[in-house]
Ligand binder design. Structure first.
Ligand SMILES: [Zn+2]
Length: 322
């Protein structure tokens, strides 16, 4: 695992986003090395595929860690029946700081990992589960590091750290959040459940940010089109804050593509949540046709890639966060 700049950069700016003075640097430094240790801890469980022992243990670990760092931990548990008839026991973990505060911000990430490396170039790998160092573990590590920092420096407002389950289990192909058949895709399961089971009927955080795949060594975060369309003021706030803090090289001021990710069901529910994601997770190794290979949903999503310097890659207009 290389060392490096981008988890502290993202976290630093997240902590600043919520500060009273928008552009005041956070008083508590984000510990990038500690966050890399949180990535390693998750990888030690093995692939966190719903239905596996590793998934169960990793979920228990997240709950225990959050109980040590936050004021209240709410676990949403339910059974999800997949398109093929399997029953998955899933959990969302909502860790709350200042739970009674009416002014709140929401940070979320998915904690499950994909059961199949379907984008791997090696046919023999396509049915194997990915390690998810970047796609899964990096977001969890970021939220955990934020909890560490906020435990040291208490915010005056409420903060909700939400770990959603079942984001990456099934197929994104053709997913349509407006369809009554959404549940049959078996993706975005936890965020959809949370949108249907909010902490209170009037739950409306000032803003929400989804972090996904934010551990790449070569971090490049473009503005995501669903976010720009539905919550442009949040996108503007995040990108301008990053620029002010000197992180403009990671947060590129370019509106790229729409990505189907956990923010979609929340936006549909009326919450103003944007997606911060670097889906182009590429290797330095150039393939035979001269282009970097995307490691997204491959067996190469391993711990040597996520960077502590990073806050933690389908060619259609509608790309998926798979
Ligand atoms: Zn994924």
């Amino acid at each position: 695992m290389r060392s490096l700049l981008p988890l502290p950069a993202i976290a630093c700016f997240v902590l600043s986003l919520s500060a009273c003075d928008r552009f005041q640097r956070p008083r508590t430094a984000f510990n990038g090395e500690a966050s890399l240790a949180y990535v390693r801890a998750q990888l030690a469980f093995g692939p966190r595929v719903p239905g596996s022992r590793a998934h169960e243990r990793a979920g228990d670990w997240i709950v225990a860690q959050m109980k040590q760092r936050t004021d209240s931990v709410v676990v949403q548990s339910w059974a999800h029946v997949t398109a093929t008839g399997d029953t998955l026991r899933l959990r969302n973990v909502l860790a709350r700081i200042n739970p009674t505060a009416t002014q709140r911000v929401l940070y979320l990430t998915h904690w499950d990992t994909r059961p199949t490396a379907d984008e791997d170039m090696n046919l023999g790998n396509k049915r194997l589960p990915i390690q998810g160092a970047n796609d899964g573990a990096s977001g969890v590590a970021l939220l955990m590091g934020i909890a560490d920092a906020l435990k040291t420096t208490r915010p005056l407002y409420g903060v909700d750290l939400l770990f959603v389950d079942g984001e990456d289990y099934g197929s994104f192909d053709g997913y349509n959040a407006d369809s009554a058949l959404t549940k049959h895709y078996d993706v975005l399961i936890g965020s959809t459940y949370f949108a249907q089971h909010l902490p209170s009927a009037d739950y409306r955080p000032i803003f929400g940010i989804l972090f996904d795949m934010i551990g790449d060594k070569d971090l490049q975060i473009y503005q995501e089109s669903n976010s720009v369309a539905a919550a442009p003021e949040i996108v503007a706030r995040v990108w301008s804050t990053a620029e002010e803090l000197g992180y403009g090289k990671y947060f590129l001021n370019v509106n790229k593509e729409a990505i189907t990710d956990d923010h979609v069901p929340l936006l549909k529910r009326g919450l103003r949540v944007i997606d911060v994601i670097d889906i182009d997770y590429c290797t330095e190794v150039i393939d035979c046709v001269g282009t970097p290979r995307n490691l997204h949903h491959t067996m190469q999503d391993v711990k040597r890639r996520p960077s502590s310097s990073s806050p933690a890659s389908s060619s259609s207009a509608h790309r998926c966060a798979r």
